[in-house]
Ligand binder design. Structure first.
Ligand SMILES: [Mg+2]
Length: 347
């Protein structure tokens, strides 16, 4: 590597994005670019989440040190060494570590002249379709967003709940998008009692599973909700890294893996395989984030049953492109080398 640089970008969300914890109209990411002797690029980005105690400021301040680690190791194919050293240096900055991890994986695969999924031995045809997220709004607003997404060809909706009237919202969405496969994410908003009551009618509405029905630390509550048996339960906030899998394994059916939670490509594979070893299914998820980082997760999609990789689709405008997502299909076949990520105005 001969050069590294970072760029902080504040990107407007298409409309606004609301979950049970709050609302946002922009997302701030820190893009990382590596350049080798032959001018080949590796690109990644951090999309830090305040919920996990990270911010664009914290990511931006630690990234020069993480890039120094990558530069010192030198060969971007030595991902094991870089990721281990980064984790020791910045255990609390998973998003910044993910940025560098995605960038070195992109550069190494680009140098090899192969798409990342191929370097990992994965079959692009095995990638599941991504869901499209409908954020919290009035019942009519959510129905109209669902109708728009279904009309654009997205076959799966991920509906954010945790409101004063969740039932009216699901009923309104069901009316306008009767064919859509629907998954629900409460982001920890419900008590176990509420969750069990709601999941009975969510099951009747044809919902596939419910993500994080109760608070992250309430493993007993998660287990109670799962034991009620109405719908499968997925752990997102309750399961941040591979090390968290054993503690939730008896309580849930699905683990949600995100690069920005676990800190990179290989930590994500480790979390996926740990979930597998505990008999769990896996959903790959994301933050509201640019394709600069999302593409890295797209290349792992052949490893999982469910994908929620719509972060870039939720932006009004993403300056990076990489993996195209026509009607939610994760189309890795067009990627020639690396993650495929390019800045739109630099092609
Ligand atoms: Mg979630």
């Amino acid at each position: 590597m001969v050069a590294t640089d970072t760029e902080r970008l504040t990107l407007p969300v298409d409309g606004s994005f609301t979950i049970s914890r709050g609302s946002s109209e922009t997302t701030t990411v820190v893009v990382v670019r590596l350049t080798d002797e032959d001018g080949r690029r590796g690109i990644g980005a951090a999309a830090p989440a305040a919920y996990y105690g990270e911010s664009a400021d914290s990511a931006e301040s630690v990234l020069p040190e993480l890039l120094d680690i990558a530069a010192e190791v030198g060969d971007p194919s030595r991902q094991q060494t870089v990721e281990r050293a980064m984790r020791e240096h910045a255990p609390g900055e998973a998003a910044a570590r993910a940025a560098v991890s995605v960038a070195i994986h992109d550069l190494a695969a680009t140098q090899a002249g192969e798409p990342l999924y191929r370097r990992l031995g994965l079959d692009p045809a095995a990638a599941p379709a991504t869901s499209y997220t409908v954020g919290i709004d009035s019942p009519a607003g959510m129905a109209s967003a669902a109708q728009k997404a279904a009309g654009a060809g997205y076959p799966i909706l991920k509906v954010k709940l945790g409101t004063d009237d969740d039932r009216a919202r699901i009923d309104a969405i069901r009316k306008t998008a009767p064919q859509a496969r629907i998954r629900v994410d409460a982001n920890g908003a419900w008590t176990p009692e509420e969750a069990i009551e709601k999941m009975e009618w969510l099951a009747n509405a044809g919902v596939e599973f419910v993500e994080q029905p109760v608070a992250a630390e309430d493993h007993a509550g998660l287990a109670r909700v799962g034991d009620a048996g109405f719908l499968p339960v997925a752990a997102d906030e309750s399961c941040v890294t591979a090390e968290d899998v054993p503690a939730v394994a008896d309580a849930v059916d699905i683990v949600v893996v995100k690069l920005m939670k676990c800190g990179g490509i290989r930590p994500a594979i480790r979390q996926i395989e740990t979930a597998r070893a505990h008999g769990l299914e896996v959903m790959l998820g994301c933050m509201v984030e640019s394709m600069a980082s999302l593409a890295g997760a797209c290349h792992l999609a052949p490893l999982v049953e469910y994908a929620d990789l719509d972060g870039s689709l939720l932006l009004a405008d993403d300056p990076y492109e990489g993996v195209s997502l026509p009607s939610g299909q994760i189309d890795l076949s067009a990627v020639e080398a690396g993650t495929g990520v390019e800045r739109v105005d630099e092609e």
